[in-house]
Design a protein around this ligand. Structure first.
Ligand code: ADP
Length: 552
């Protein structure tokens, strides 16, 4: 027998309309790409999204069509996040930091009909179209996300000659729209992985997966976003939906602070202080930039600022980073894990009641874990044959996940099965699971160092090395070894002005790691390569050090 409750579809439209009805005055603050601070609210965003939907309809956009964006975290991008999926079209947010070939590949593969871009990216798009005209042939319109006064002085002779101006485009349109009642499984958003191996692959989110992900992320044991919060996503809206913040803030009615194109520690600090942010989210390199800025100001007392939590994900949060953030701001550093294919929230680190009386160092041993999955995400670890491994916090294996906001197939690759026979998706991460449900990433499967039949976690070594006072960034890669197959090489970017030696570093590691994990050598570099999403680019390091030979 079936239940007798209403079968209302779960739609992003409901999030937008709920926000406009119930917290229309809730503020959205943007550090504008054109400069200055822009203020609006959820009521205005809904009206302008309706205007945008009318304009897009006139440009010929229909249900199932794709709109791509190259844009920062701004209110206009938020309007696209609402209008495009609510019309039944698909919003494809592209990471502008990808290689030109990858960017062009994504525009072609997504079959984008309209391309929106911030002013910052006009020269990039011009170059891309000149270099890869065929890949852009399906793009019928381009829109620059600004007003007439800030449109580039001259676009003649460029590939953007006919580009439209966002504000002009929506100006005369009506501010209500008859949003269609869509099937909740309708595609809503399309994000490509950065394609560290092969071409980028598209994760295609649905309205249903997005709403469920948003509901889950608002819960207290997840991100805990509520009407009382002021949320600043520094994680970009061009990468995995800024970890869901455009939708969960609208759902909860929290004030939203968008840092725009200004990715400096100074901007983050000023916005935290001036706008009263309580939660901010970003990758470790963002927090390093923030801490460096505070340091450059002579370490003012930040403990009275309202910030309560820094959510850290994207790559592992080292104990030294967690400690610095917590001490400097008297706030919680909350470690989270996820990936493009998991919408992205897969786990969030929150303490259990039984942890309250632990010592600081015992608490730190828990905080560095990647956290527990929220209800809805199931995890298991398996060996290379797919056999389940124990959840004892010791055994480690391939991390497999399943749930209503986890990818079941890549865009346009539905004939390629990416799930195991229990419908779990292989994350490409190696991890442990402990009896309390905490998951700890040991490594990405391709980064783990295989030494004499045992595995060495590059993340664990990096985390320890980062505790040395002279170390700004640390990366460990495996170097081929005639006897042990691979041995670790530790690559260090020293802090500005610091000049550590190999002995300083190895001396620091001594006693903090198993003897056989000790790197066979330490090298110093003056620039650390990063990926499009701010992680250390190990592929480049492997290339740079491909001929490296250990001397001992
Ligand atoms: P990209 O590879 O394009 O940056 P994702 O954002 O999807 O794409 O990256 C997901 C991967 O990032 C995860 O599979 C994992 O390896 C890594 N990752 C994410 N969060 C963490 C974390 N808290 N600790 C360690 N690794 C993480």
């Amino acid at each position: 027998m079936l239940g007798l409750m209403q079968d209302q579809p779960l739609l992003i439209t409901n999030i937008m309309e709920y926000a406009a009805l119930n917290h229309k005055d809730g503020e959205i603050v943007t550090k504008a790409v054109e400069g200055g601070i822009h203020r609006t609210n959820y009521g205005e965003i809904a009206k302008r999204s309706a205007k945008l939907a009318h304009a897009l309809t006139k440009l010929g956009l229909t249900q199932g069509d794709c709109v791509s964006t190259l844009a920062w975290n701004t209110y206009r991008h938020l309007e696209l996040y609402m209008a495009v999926p609510c019309m039944g079209a698909i919003l494809n947010t592209i990471n502008p930091r990808l290689f030109p070939q990858q960017l062009s590949y994504i525009v072609e593969h997504s079959e984008a009909k309209i391309l929106f871009m911030d002013l910052t990216f006009v020269p990039l798009v011009d170059k891309l179209i000149q270099a890869f005209p065929d890949q852009f042939s399906a793009v019928k319109h381009m829109v620059i996300m600004t007003d007439r006064a800030h449109m580039p002085a001259s676009l003649s002779g460029t590939a953007l000659e006919n580009a439209l101006c966002y504000e002009e485009l929506i100006e005369a349109e009506e501010d209500t729209y008859d949003w269609p009642k869509l099937d909740e499984n309708t595609a809503a958003g399309l994000c490509y992985t950065s394609g560290t191996t092969g071409e980028p692959k598209g994760a295609l989110y649905s309205h249903r997966s997005t709403v469920l992900h948003s509901l889950s992320s608002c819960s207290k044991d997840s991100l805990g976003i509520s009407k009382d919060d002021t949320v600043m996503p520094i994680v970009p809206m061009f990468h995995v939906n800024a970890w869901g913040t455009p939708y969960n803030t609208a759902m909860s009615g929290s004030k939203l602070v968008l840092p725009g194109a200004d990715m400096t520690g100074e901007n983050f600090y000023n916005l935290i202080k001036d706008e009263g942010c309580t939660i901010s989210l970003g990758v470790p390199t963002i927090w390093l930039a923030l801490l460096q800025h505070v340091n450059s100001l002579g370490d003012p007392d930040c403990t009275q600022l309202p910030i309560q939590s820094f959510v850290i994900g994207g790559s592992a949060a080292a104990p030294s980073l967690i400690e610095s953030l917590e001490k400097t701001f008297n706030a919680a550093a909350v470690h989270a894990w996820g990936m493009t294919e998991t919408s992205p929230l897969g786990s969030v680190n929150r303490q259990l009641a039984k942890h309250v009386n632990l010592t600081d160092s015992e608490k730190m041993a828990i905080k560095v874990k990647q956290g527990r999955p929220p209800f809805g995400v199931e995890m298991k670890i398996v060996d290379d044959e797919g056999n389940k491994l124990p959840r004892d916090g010791v055994a480690f294996g391939r991390l497999m996940v399943r749930g209503p906001w986890v990818t079941k197939a890549y865009f346009k690759q539905t004939d390629h099965n990416i799930l195991d026979d229990e419908d779990y998706f292989d994350t490409g991460d190696v991890s442990t699971l402990d009896p309390d449900g905490y998951m700890t990433i040991v490594d990405r499967s391709k980064d783990v160092i295989k030494s004499g039949g045992e595995w060495i976690s590059s993340i664990d070594l990096e985390n320890v090395a980062l505790g040395q006072a002279d170390v700004a960034e640390a990366a460990v890669i495996g170097i081929a070894h005639p006897k042990w197959q691979e041995r670790p090489l530790l690559i260090i970017l020293p802090k500005p002005g610091a000049n550590p030696t190999k002995d300083d570093i190895l001396g620091y590691l001594d006693g903090k790691i198993a003897k056989w994990w000790t790197p066979d050598d330490v090298v110093f570099i003056d620039q650390m390569p990063h990926t499009a999403t701010g992680k250390i680019q190990k592929r480049d390091l492997r290339e740079t050090f491909k001929d490296f030979k250990f001397t001992t």
